[in-house]
Design a protein around this ligand. Sequence first.
Ligand code: SAH
Length: 395
Amino acid sequence: MHSIYLKEGREKSVLRRHPWIFSGAIRRVDGAPECGETVAVRSADGTFLAHGAYAPESHIPVKLWNFTESEPVDEAFFRSRIASALALRRTVFHGKLPQAYRLICAESDGLPGLVADVYGEYAVCQITGAGMERHRELVGRILLDYVKGVYERSDVDSRTKDGLPARTGHLAGAELPDVLEFEENGLLYRADYRGGHKTGFYLDQRDNRRLVAECAAGAESVLNCFSYTGGFGLAALKGGAKHVLNVDSSEGALALARGNAARNGFSDDAFETKEADVFQFLRSCRDSRKSFDLIVLDPPKFAETASQKERAARAYKDVNLLAVKLLNPGGQLFTFSCSGAIDDDLFAKIVDSAASDARRPLRIVRWLSQGPDHPVLTSFPEGRYLKGLQAVAPV
Ligand code: SAH
């Protein structure tokens, strides 16, 4: 096995079990390991630190598999990591797994480059790095111990950084049916696993959808911005809201949202959709003096990287400012950011600055995050990407 030697002092993050080695930490690569090959990471004095997968073109050329010299990265390794990921889900869901959940959450489950979401009897996975790419068939085979069939949605941008082409299609076991339907919090949903975002559904918002359902009782008017396939909108109606307006720029997502609403017995009158740019739509509501009892803002990732942080912060500020102005007295705002570069403190500051400009002192009543099937390793805080606030406008 080839070895990669770190610069002096750069072993510290590995000793704390952070799973990434940045290019600036590497002093010397012994031999010429292939892209995706397992290498030994060593400190400057040659002490073994970790096994990792090598991706020479990436700014993170090594992602770490384990920290044990005697544990090879073989089938037994992948089997034990996947079993441990499932054990954690059983624990957090008290033995009763939801029909749809994230089974494997990459670094946070000790498997950099692999995401696997379960929808009923099937799994949809994403392989995002060169290391995992080498083991994709093995992983597909192991997943068949848990599900009937596995589909691959490896069409994410991060693959290009590791020099990998996009790939989608059948990976293992039975072919998936055209429709993956599942129940969540008493509602029927469909995952658009072939063409939708992520693996077809935003599983990370499960708990927040339930919270919106609980808080929507008595709401006459709900505005669900960046609605995608209507998750929060359906939850609000289920919870007792009278009317939900779902706004998204994708007519395809809205069509799926309307299908989801119909299957749950909600009428077009109660569940409306509007294809529009949310920023423009919120301005038009302001101009026509519309207002709402409950507003959800769940925008796409405005900051893909840390360098886009400032521009993203301005976009979050704009959209929150527009929304805060539309809240009825005592109205509730559920506002989210899934940009890793925007941390909780910054997000709360952005929302505060929106509230201040709108002259509507908001009170935060809950700090929200991703669900427990999206765990965060203490040594890898980067795993916590989703943050949100529930805030209430003054009466
Ligand atoms: N809240 C959703 C997930 C939102 S994903 C859920 O829980 O399932 C973000 C959505 O924002 C996508 O559907 C995308 O089509 C939409 N979107 C992105 N930019 C937009 C814009 N400027 N205006 C309206 N919708 C936008």
